[in-house]
Design a protein around this ligand. Structure first.
Ligand code: AHM
Ligand code: MG
Length: 372
């Protein structure tokens, strides 16, 4: 039998790589693992929600099912607001920074998270995920500020994701490789199942939403044709897999080799910015990709080099095997001057769309109350 290592033990062992570590960071990672277990329990019950609700004569669980993303959002906040380890949080579900309630101590880290990504997949029993990222506080004062949140990804202290799939896994990195843990639900423990994950050199898959091809810039179109072996040297086609849950698509390609892309496109006036969020989605996965020997780009350069200028800033994303992502950059450089002219000023901090707190359909996003 192999050595059995719980996530707690592993995190504790990792702490030894950081002389002078106080244990705060270690405890923060424990708390995230516990939040993951609670969210996992609820996501597993999502399919039973209506049946259980009907039996009890009230749709309590049905109600909860519809609000699973809100549940995840609150669990992560509640797990971390009172521990004295964080000085602020930010969630994809909220416009602004989430401050630590005044009656609790504050700490030296900030946490950014997307509580339940790919949430359109909840009702159809398809994998969803949580993405999180931790930065060290860079400003003085007790409370965290926007400046602490908007740091380039190469300054991350740690990042990870939780995938709620055929089993629940937590994958994380503190800059010492990438490690994956599978939840043994019978004992409620995350056990080390994927130590030191490296993205395989062999490419197996590409993942993109093909239905947007009509909106793609020519370089992206050619790149995808190249992945299919229909352009350039005409290599062996990669398999196409697209779940529409970033965590699940990324996780598969991380373990099996390949590339995920959600490019900037021409679908509307903001399409060139892409869809995914830089701070809540792309930075964390880019950090993990890098730690696993891969690479993430916005098509113009390294995602980890981008200094965000807005909490909800969008970013095009090409992530996976380094050579495949570099090839995307090459196609874009050679073909997509029109996109680069639009995008590069945005990447460098000019915000031509100050109404970033609007939703896709242009309506003002509702601010959700956080329970303090
Ligand atoms: P969400 O944050 O609203 O859940 O959207 C993010 C998701 C990603 O998980 C996924 O890769 C992408 O959106 C799918 O978008 P599309 O349906 O346009 O292909
Ligand atoms: Mg999301």
């Amino acid at each position: 039998m192999n050595k059995i290592v719980t996530i707690e033990r592993h995190i504790f062992e990792q702490q030894k790589h950081y002389p002078g570590a106080t244990g705060t960071f270690t405890s923060l990672l424990y708390d995230l693992a516990l939040a993951a277990k609670l969210i996992s329990r609820e996501t597993n019950r999502a399919g039973l929600a209506n049946i259980l609700g009907a039996t009890e004569g009230q749709n309590v669980y049905g109600e909860r099912q519809q609000k699973l993303d809100m549940f995840a959002d609150e669990i992560i906040f509640k797990m971390n607001d009172h521990t004295g380890r964080l000085c602020a949080m930010a969630s994809e579900e909220h416009d602004d920074i989430l401050t630590i309630p005044p009656h609790y101590d504050t700490g030296k880290y900030v946490l950014l998270y997307d509580p339940l990504d790919g949430s359109s997949n909840i009702d159809v029993n398809v994998s969803i995920g949580t993405i999180w990222a931790i930065f060290r506080k860079v400003t003085s004062g007790a409370q965290g500020t926007m400046e602490d949140m908007l740091q380039p990804g190469h300054q991350l202290a740690a990042a990870g994701y939780i995938i709620y799939g055929s089993s629940t896994m937590m994958v994380y990195s503190t800059g010492q490789g990438v490690h994956g843990f599978t939840l043994d639900t019978s004992v409620g423990e995350f056990l080390l199942s994927h130590p030191d994950i490296r993205i395989p050199n062999q490419h197996k898959y590409y993942s993109v939403n093909h239905s947007y091809e009509k909106y793609w810039y020519p370089g992206v179109r050619r790149y995808v044709k190249w992945l299919q072996g229909l352009y350039g040297e005409g290599g062996k086609p990669l398999g196409n897999r697209y779940i529409g849950s970033l965590v699940a698509d990324f996780h598969r390609n991380l373990l099996q080799g390949g590339v995920y892309l959600y490019p900037g496109d021409t679908r509307d006036e903001k399409g060139y910015q892409g869809k995914l969020r830089l701070t809540f989605e792309a930075q964390a996965l880019a950090f993990i990709a890098r730690q696993a020997g891969g690479y993430a780009s916005d098509g113009a350069g390294d995602i980890l080099d981008i200094k965000p200028h807005n909490l909800h800033q969008r970013v095009p994303l090409f992530i996976g095997n380094r050579d495949l992502v570099l090839k995307a950059e090459e196609f874009i450089r050679d073909n997509d001057k029109e996109w680069l002219d639009l995008y590069l000023p945005f990447r460098n901090g000019e915000d031509p769309t100050p109404k970033m707190n609007q939703t896709k359909n242009g309506k003002k996003k509702k601010k959700r109350a956080v329970v303090n």
